[in-house]
Write a protein that binds this ligand. Structure first.
Ligand code: MN
Ligand code: MN
Length: 476
């Protein structure tokens, strides 16, 4: 007979009363491990192929098409019927997709809202100049970046040129093996005495984030800007563009490196653009998982992949634009009253990342309230800054409802807050959904080195987020 383990009463009570979050890798079985690895592999491909909102939109729409979704532009009758799978491509930069459930939309929908734009360097309208036999591109950074992080790394060029006849030329240079890359130069330490004395925010100025684009002169003695001319000649021959075409173009420079496993145990993924593709991808996969099921979801389920989140969601592809509402007008067969009722009955997760606790920078986190790498999907009741300014602050009732869904589906979740009080702050698209009267909670993957060229997440948090989003779409 085995000796019974002595149980202390104190331990049992704490097990019952304390809120403890284990490391999700503990006790994981081989089958789940394989699922996590497979999910991560697909995600890394998505990251490498989708480095801009336009590229992500293209990939998302392609996958939606493959899975039987119809672009609403091609719908003959714009009337939702149970089982319909539809999507809208908003100007090639954001997407809204839905599976129409058994119940009419007026009874409320379950929504995931992620974003597919990430911080980067955009070209100015007149970017190209020559100085000291070097051709350079002038940029305007996009989103919240630490400027010094964007020097001395390989960058790739992505975007579109549109000519006067509306012809679109898609550019992607620096992603294929053998492609040239670009870079922002940095000052050698030998001469950086003055620079190193500056505050980090001023060490590299926004106006100095200029991209090295070439150094070889055009063979013409009389020309002044020979290197610039040579570069324009190359671009003209390859893409048919001239300098004027930059004024209307959207060209983005992003880190040229690929997503990689990080660490001996390969438990982490390092990549550009986790924020917010590590939520957009699980959201898309959750939608597709439910779309492939034989039985229809009770409520209609909606996934929104928005643009411009990193600059405050303004603009006609951002979450503040009417696109989101218009899509619901369609779901409600054009009834304004139904749409308003629908909004107040919608359950939404603002699928966005959270800052994971970083032991190197422990002093800016509240250890008790920070989310941790490897501890599951983060439920973040409020974001904002200062005295919760700009936070939608989800209701207790709704938070408890989402927690219950996660618990019932055995999805490990953790609570999270963005750093210590008054250390900074930030927001997501949650407040724009809240403005419509929806219940909305921020919910996603914890990230290290957020907004840097090489952000870090855990494979297990990514996978659990997919599981959590699937449960939410089905059960909320
Ligand atoms: Mn984000
Ligand atoms: Mn962000």
């Amino acid at each position: 007979m085995a000796k019974e383990k002595p149980k202390s009463k104190k331990d049992k009570l704490s097990d019952k009363l304390f809120f403890k979050q284990k490391n999700c890798w503990e006790g994981i079985d081989k089958k789940t491990e394989k699922e996590i690895e497979d999910f991560a592999a697909q995600y890394k491909l998505f990251l490498d192929m989708g480095k801009t909102e336009r590229e992500c939109t293209e990939i998302i729409c392609e996958l939606l098409n493959k899975n039987g979704f119809t672009n609403i532009e091609t719908l003959k009758e714009k009337k939702p019927a149970p089982g319909m799978k539809i999507y809208q491509n908003i100007r090639g930069k954001s997407v809204i997709a839905a599976v129409i459930g058994k119940k009419p939309a007026v009874e409320g929908c379950n929504i995931l809202g992620a974003h597919i734009d990430s911080p980067r360097l955009d070209l100015k309208q007149k970017p190209l100049y020559e100085d000291s036999d070097l051709a350079l591109f002038d940029t305007h950074y996009y989103g919240g970046i630490k400027k010094y992080q964007w020097t001395a790394i390989p960058l790739s060029m992505h975007g579109v040129f549109i000519n006067e006849n509306g012809k679109k030329t898609v550019i992607k240079i620096g992603e294929e093996p053998g492609d040239p890359v670009f870079t922002v130069t940095d000052l050698l330490p030998h001469l950086a005495r003055e620079q190193m004395e500056k505050k980090a925010s001023a060490a590299v100025e926004g106006e100095d984030l200029d991209i090295l684009a070439g150094s070889r002169p055009y063979n013409d003695k009389d020309e002044k800007e020979k290197v610039k001319l040579h570069l324009l000649d190359l671009l003209n021959k390859k893409y048919g563009i001239t300098e004027k075409d930059f004024t209307s173009a959207e060209i983005e420079f992003v880190p040229a490196f690929k997503a990689s496993d990080v660490g001996f145990d390969r438990s982490l993924i390092g990549a550009y653009g986790h924020d917010d593709r590590c939520c957009a991808w699980p959201a898309l996969q959750a939608l597709l998982t439910i779309a492939r099921e034989k039985s229809l979801p009770e409520k209609s389920i909606v996934c929104y992949f928005s643009d411009k989140e990193e600059t405050g969601s303004a603009g006609n592809t951002g979450a503040r634009a009417l696109n989101f509402e218009n899509f619901f007008a369609l779901l409600c067969s054009g009834s304004f009253a139904d749409m308003r009722h629908c909004f107040t009955r919608c359950s939404m997760l603002s699928a966005d990342v959270n800052a994971a606790f970083d032991p190197t920078y422990a002093n800016v986190f509240d250890k008790k309230n920070a989310p941790y790498i490897g501890k599951g999907i983060v439920l973040e009741k409020y974001t904002g800054s200062g005295g919760k300014y700009g936070a939608s602050d989800a209701n207790a009732e709704y938070c408890a409802k989402v927690q219950a869904i996660m618990n019932q589906n055995k999805v490990q979740w953790q609570s999270g807050e963005l750093g210590k009080v008054d250390k900074g702050g930030g927001g997501t698209i949650a407040l724009y959904a809240a403005n419509l009267g929806m219940d909305v909670l921020d919910c996603g993957v914890p990230v290290l080195s957020m907004h840097s060229p090489f952000e870090i997440i855990s494979k297990i948090d990514l996978y659990i987020t997919y599981k959590g989003y699937t449960a939410f779409l089905r059960d909320a």
